[in-house]
Design a protein around this ligand. Sequence first.
Ligand code: ADP
Ligand code: MG
Length: 300
Amino acid sequence: ATPTAVMVATGKGASQGVLIKGGSSLEKAHKVNAVVFDKTGTLTIGKPVVVSAVVFSSFSMEEFCDMATSAEVNSEHPIAKAVVEHAKRLRQNIGAKSEHITEVKDFEVHTGAGVTGKVGDRMVLVGNRRLMQACNVMVGPEVENYIAENEQLARTCVLVSIDGKIAGAFAVTDPVKPEAEHVISFLRSMGISSVMVTGDNWATAAAIAKEVGIKEVFAETDPLGKADRIKDLQGKGMIVAMVGDGINDSPALVAADVGMAIGAGTDVAIEAADIVLIKSNLEDVVTAIDLSRKTIFRIR
Ligand code: ADP
Ligand code: MG
């Protein structure tokens, strides 16, 4: 495309909320034949809510909530915000006084897994099964049942362990964006296949993928693993666009032929991307590819 055509298209994109950072991404986007979507915050709304909570051990609901809250108030993760919010409501329901948030020592964020730290003299872990396994916390059959039940319903389970034992769990749900399903079927009609990569577990990922019509899924993937999946597709000769919103998506956004960041996403993702979807609407994935196709083919 001529520089003028690129400029016109970039302007047109901007007016529709599709921010194209350079001419080269516009030139590449028309060749895209695979779109890789992150799950949380990209295919889903990204505002998870807790829909159930359970205490497995001898801890009181009150104590359990305080421990989970103390650890999660330090996390920026949307799941952490949902847990804190729900714990607060639970306390109100049982008529307990305002929560006891204890300062956490040795706080650590485990990307794609959860958080850990010392609450008072107790070691508290909040996160997924993988986090528990990595920290040698046994996940017994009762807990496994709770997890399986909820994951089949596309919910993510947040486990809480206190001093090396699972104390309880929260089940979190994050609804898919209303446009997700038809965008994926529209992409298919354009000859473009859709893939999901997520840090979340396989069962939840599969349930969400089914809801939106995605057949190829990679779950339990860390940030570099997401980039590796992009490279695998490129190795098979695919031209790949990656759509993501999180810090954990930035290596994949960079690895992709065209990186597209959700406007409501984190600054790190927006910086790593070639194209920003300002409205955070997945229909703009189609808008961007379509704009590129029109720009390239009009000239030739
Ligand atoms: P995605 O790739 O779908 O955007 P993430 O990589 O951010 O998801 O997180 C993957 C998983 O790690 C989450 O589904 C959750 O189980 C767990 N996780 C990460 N951070 C936290 C946290 N602060 N509290 C609880 N669970 C967490
Ligand atoms: Mg995300």
